[in-house]
Design a protein around this ligand. Structure first.
Ligand SMILES: Cc1cc2nc3c(=O)[nH]c(=O)nc-3n(C[C@H](O)[C@H](O)[C@H](O)COP(=O)(O)O)c2cc1C
Length: 408
């Protein structure tokens, strides 16, 4: 159990802080809410007290013998400020300590995550952008705001990301540290494929696989958190889109191939800096697709289902990649009499020619659909980086740490 301080500033998105608080406490953390006085105009202290199990104060004059203005920050494992208003970012950048939250920010030794939310004009104003740059330079994480509906009829960048995205990224900062969410993918284009393709047999049935898309979702979410422009080519995934990520839905391997090559810029146009292929693409598809449902005890009942090979999307991406583009493959492997998991993976890396191959040992079905994972990242230069067991977001953060130094 970690000690998290949830700072809440006075923006209309403060109502989402209650859901974020819930997500963090349900993940097993001890969360103390420190709102600004302005935040309590939007959500009452009673809500934060009841959901956190801790008293809520906004100033440094309550609980004086406890010296709360110093102790809360000193003892925190993580501070998340959501929403972070333009005013709060300005006060934090200036090093002010005029309420309990800003005093806490000055005494925290742990990773600090600011989640800005405000109108587009306030976000894009040079004063706010300078404050964000100052906070990032000092080592704090400042997440990019989501783009979408703001208060009233307006829309644009400035929206608070959804609480489940913030909770997942807070968990990354907690386990991997502030360095795992630096804004160092800003200006980069990233394409991630996720999920599992479905190859139709007739209008009702398909050959599919057990990939849930969660690992690809986590890679997209962490890349967006680091500032990248991310497109997710998603094969049959039933998850809400991560914030700031454009989702291109596909069904079959052929559809996935067309979408990934187009988004990667393999045929020309804008090219991606990195393409990460986490999708489980079917190697085979039924040779024919029946136009009507195959029926038992009828002429259409198949004695066998002949299969033909699907295109090898990863290998094609490698051959057609733009100069400097990094291609990262994923391999779900099991050991067998011909070799162990890593031996199969090394052979696959050599065969496909990608820059990195992230290897999951799926013996015993320990990966599909679960929230956690572990992996080894093999590189074309022969190196192997072990990623310890953790949430799929933590694994995603570790994968990006191996990709980033290889970007030109
Ligand atoms: C209805 C309403 C909504 C507001 N929403 C935001 C917002 O989303 N983001 C923001 O930066 N300021 C917003 N403000 C302005 C802040 O409340 C104001 O700047 C305040 O001084 C922030 O104080 P704090 O950062 O100490 O909480 C809003 C104000 C009102 C009245």
């Amino acid at each position: 159990m970690s000690r998290i301080v949830l700072g809440v500033a006075g923006g209309v998105a403060a109502y989402k802080a209650a859901l974020l608080l819930r997500a963090l406490t349900e993940a097993g953390h001890d969360v103390r809410v420190v709102p600004t006085p302005g935040a309590l105009n939007f959500v009452g202290a009673a809500t934060f007290e009841a959901l956190s199990g801790h008293p809520v104060t906004t100033d440094v004059w309550s609980d004086v013998p406890e010296v709360a203005h110093v102790r809360i920050g000193q003892t925190a494992d993580l501070v998340v400020v959501a929403p972070a208003t333009a005013d709060l970012l300005a006060r934090a950048a200036a090093g002010r300590a005029d309420d309990l939250l800003t005093a806490t920010l000055l005494t925290a030794h742990c990773p600090v995550v600011f989640v800005p939310a405000m109108h587009t004009e306030m976000w894009l104003h040079p004063a706010t952008q300078d404050n964000v740059a100052t906070l990032r330079r000092r080592g704090s994480i400042v997440l990019p705001p989501a783009v979408g509906r703001l208060t009233g009829p307006d829309s644009g960048p400035g929206r608070l990301p959804e609480p489940h995205d913030v909770a997942a990224l807070a968990q990354v900062a907690l386990t991997a540290g502030a360095g795992a969410l630096r804004a160092d993918l800003t200006g980069r284009r990233v394409v991630v494929s996720a999920g599992g393709t479905r190859e139709p047999l007739d209008p009702v049935r398909y050959l599919g696989n057990r990939s849930s898309g969660r690992q690809g979702w986590a890679l997209a979410r962490v890349a967006a958190g680091r500032g990248a422009e991310v497109t997710l080519v998603a094969a049959n995934v039933d998850l809400p889109a991560p914030f700031g990520v454009r989702v291109v839905p596909v069904g079959t391997a052929e559809e996935l191939r067309a979408a990934v090559l187009a988004e990667a810029g393999s045929g020309g146009g804008v090219t991606a800096d990195v393409v990460v292929m986490t999708a489980a693409v079917a190697d085979f598809r039924p040779a024919t697709v029946a136009a009507t449902k195959l029926k038992k005890d009828s002429a259409s009942e198949p004695a066998a289902v002949p299969l033909v090979r699907n295109p090898d999307v990863l290998a094609e991406l490698v051959t057609k990649r733009a100069p400097g583009q990094l291609v990262v493959g994923f391999a779900a492997e099991t050991g067998d009499e011909a070799g162990d998991v890593l031996a199969h993976a090394r052979a696959k890396l050599a065969r496909k020619g990608c820059d990195l191959l992230v290897v999951n040992d799926v013996s015993g079905g320990g990966v599909f659909g679960r929230p956690d994972n572990a992996a080894v990242v093999l590189a074309a230069d022969g190196s192997a980086t072990e990623i310890p067991h953790g949430t799929k977001d933590a694994v995603a953060a570790a994968v990006w740490q191996t990709v980033l130094p290889r970007l030109p």
